[in-house]
Design a protein around this ligand. Structure first.
Ligand code: UD1
Length: 419
């Protein structure tokens, strides 16, 4: 199994491009199920999760083709199986995103229940309740969500509590082909929801309010294919910026969208980093020998993203001063803490808060990736640690970071993939 070997200590300098956003690519690929003609999706990142979604569509009989412009063209006219199998769903919870589109377009779907996951129980009850409210009949049988609807789904008022990103996306997609108007209250405001809504609008959907907490969708009879380019990955960009705040140096990231990163950028500025940005680029300059410690609490967008929490735990582990990092979105999302402690980090967990005392230096050690963002935090820790760090189980990182070792190497890091 592949591992990453990092010898820490090098500052990061240079330029890289941001990849397309995983969390936008996944719902957009699922939305192809709604269209009567092929959907072309550009700027897709080469990631295991994207491959899993394409495999899932392929397993239903959907035709997936790579076009000359490196766009993926998804044609659902040959679909013959409305079943999302457990083998694929268990590797990627976002597979639940096919539930809404399948029900809306084909009026039935069987989607395996995702089951537990490393960062908490992560149920899908909100997705199921919303589809029921729209008129679907849903039974849980043999570990599967078996859903069907007589005629079209019906527009409904859906109130999310708690706010759910993929839940909001599932309802938006289902509502596009439902009969009547759907209003989502306490909707997720994440930029990826806006990206999905923009793609659906290009396909002919009528959606208002994406990016706010009330989204209104007027169902239409049918949607066409379109050509759409996925937005840049704000978590990937945030991760590289955090790396530079830790290692020192100067890095420019092109094809980024810094307007969606303001909660992260304002925290990075408090560490002592200088950040300059334009509409589609962002540059960080870190001249301080060490970042200042930063306390934070995660929350739904526009609050500080839970997907950046682990990276800031690493930053705080080597920062000047003490800090607290509180996780409010997911239970049990602190698996990285134990691993950073193996590198010498001084972190105590108190409920959903990590209390961190910044130390002078982490020491390289063999560590294990436990989930996607936890593995990113270990890479960052490895970049500043004294000596060699090997990170095992990096398939987690390949789910969400495109060519991470190549990008970091281009910036001067001593990092390689070994088997
Ligand atoms: C999405 C992102 C993930 C990010 C998360 C929070 C994708 C593919 N993934 O995950 O990277 O970390 O948003 O920003 O976009 N909940 C329920 N019942 C449900 C659904 C969710 O109780 O049916 C709870 C969850 O356990 C969690 C909270 O709601 O505590 C938010 O989760 P949610 O926004 O749904 O996360 P995902 O959409 O799975």
């Amino acid at each position: 199994m592949d591992k990453l070997l990092i010898r820490g200590g090098a500052p990061l300098n240079g330029e890289i491009y941001a990849s397309g956003a995983k969390n936008s690519a996944l719902p957009i690929l699922a939305s192809s199920l709604l269209a009567d003609s092929p959907l072309k999706v550009g700027n897709l990142p080469h990631l295991n999760d994207v491959t899993t979604m394409l495999e899932l569509l392929g397993s239903m009989g959907v035709d997936v083709m790579l076009s000359d412009e490196m766009e993926v063209q998804v044609d659902t006219s040959s679909i013959h199986n409305l079943n999302a199998r457990y083998e694929l769903v268990k590797t990627m919870r976002a597979s639940i995103l096919v539930l809404g589109p399948l029900l809306a377009k084909f009026r039935q779907a069987t989607v395996a229940l995702p089951g537990g996951c490393a960062i908490g129980s992560r149920p899908v009850n909100l997705h199921i309740d919303a589809m029921r409210a729209m008129g679907a009949q849903i039974d849980i049988e043999d570990g599967n969500i078996k859903a069907k609807v007589n005629g079209r789904l019906k527009g409904a008022k859906i109130i999310f509590e708690p706010v759910s990103v993929t839940g909001t996306e599932n309802v938006i997609m289902a509502a596009c082909l439902a009969d009547g108007i759907t209003v989502i209250e306490n909707a997720a405001r994440e930029p990826e929801v806006i990206d999905l809504a923009n793609c659906l609008a290009a396909m002919g959907a009528k959606i208002k309010g994406a990016g706010t907490d009330v989204i209104t969708i007027e169902g239409v009879e049918s949607l066409d294919g379109a050509s759409f380019s996925v937005m840049p990955d704000r978590v990937e960009v945030g991760t590289y910026l955090t790396a530079v705040a830790m290692t020192g140096g100067r890095v420019k990231i092109k094809s980024a969208k810094p307007e969606y990163l303001s909660s992260v950028i304002s925290k990075l500025e408090l560490t002592g980093a200088v950040i300059i940005s334009g509409e589609d680029w962002v540059e960080i300059v870190m001249n301080e020998s060490k970042p200042k410690a930063i306390s934070l609490t995660t929350g739904p967008y526009p609050s500080f993203p839970t997907d950046m929490q682990a990276q800031f735990v690493s930053l705080n582990a080597i920062a000047q001063g003490n800090s607290t990092v509180t996780e409010t979105v997911f239970e049990n999302r602190f698996m990285h803490v134990q691993e950073i402690a193996r590198m010498g980090g001084n972190i105590i967990l108190k409920g959903n808060t990590a209390v961190i005392e910044g130390i002078k230096k982490l020491k390289g050690a063999p560590v294990m990736a436990t989930d996607l963002r936890a593995s990113a935090s270990l890479v960052l820790a490895g970049l500043v640690a004294e000596g060699a760090t090997t990170i095992d189980r990096i398939y987690h990182i390949d789910r969400g970071y495109e060519r991470i070792e190549e990008k970091l190497k281009m910036l001067g890091a001593d990092i390689e993939r070994i088997s």
